[in-house]
Design a protein around this ligand. Sequence first.
Ligand code: HEM
Length: 218
Amino acid sequence: MARFGNWLEERSGWNAVWETIFLRKIPKVNWFYTLGSATLFVALNQGITGILMSLYYVPSPDHAWNSVNYITNELAFGWLIRGLHHWGASAMVVLAVLHMLRVFLMGAYKYPREITWVTGLVLLLLTLGFGFTGYLLPWDQKAYWATTVGTRIAGVTPWIGDFLLRVMRGGEELSAVTLARFFGVHVWVLPALLILFVGVHLYLVIRNGISAPPKRSE
Ligand code: HEM
């Protein structure tokens, strides 16, 4: 193993990357500082379980519900994969908000971490976007009407509401186009943006180091 390590190091300089990421020094912190990593872990869970479900899910009004039903009730461990994805979605929102609260209460958003904070905000919006677009995919009554209401809410935005509603629905009403659109955004657009922003977020976390918990000045 050590020989392979040396072989790789000579050709890639991998040790420096490993040390920067995993052997960096951090201040004495508490459990609340693990919330970002917990969010990242759930995001990974969402990616893996989502990819597995995409092997069986069919994004068309005729087959979406049946394919989800098949995943849940017939596919080996399908109930587990879908359950992890379903509960993971809520857990990710809760953890990201708790992580944000920790950052806010510890003042970790201040200089020099302003960009980390802003990229974090984008990550939170993306997380909510995943929830909104994913909710329609089972194409059952709950999904259909929730999205009817959700897109209607966007539709009453001043000035651009009508435009937003039609872009989201792909027309005046919910249809096969809406489902295709939500699916495309859920599995391609949002994951690409999430990977990009998580990359920048983590680069900045490592570049600037973790902030030390504030101390009372006596
Ligand atoms: C998908 C969502 C997110 C992921 C995966 C994520 C991931 C992480 C990780 C792994 C860390 C380092 C460990 C830690 O401090 O907990 C971190 C730090 C940080 N995050 Fe996030 N984060 C997310 C959302 C957010 C949000 C919503 C905000 C605020 C609006 C935010 C702002 C920050 C800041 C300012 C730091 C630096 C903290 C410090 O140096 O003490 N992040 N994030």
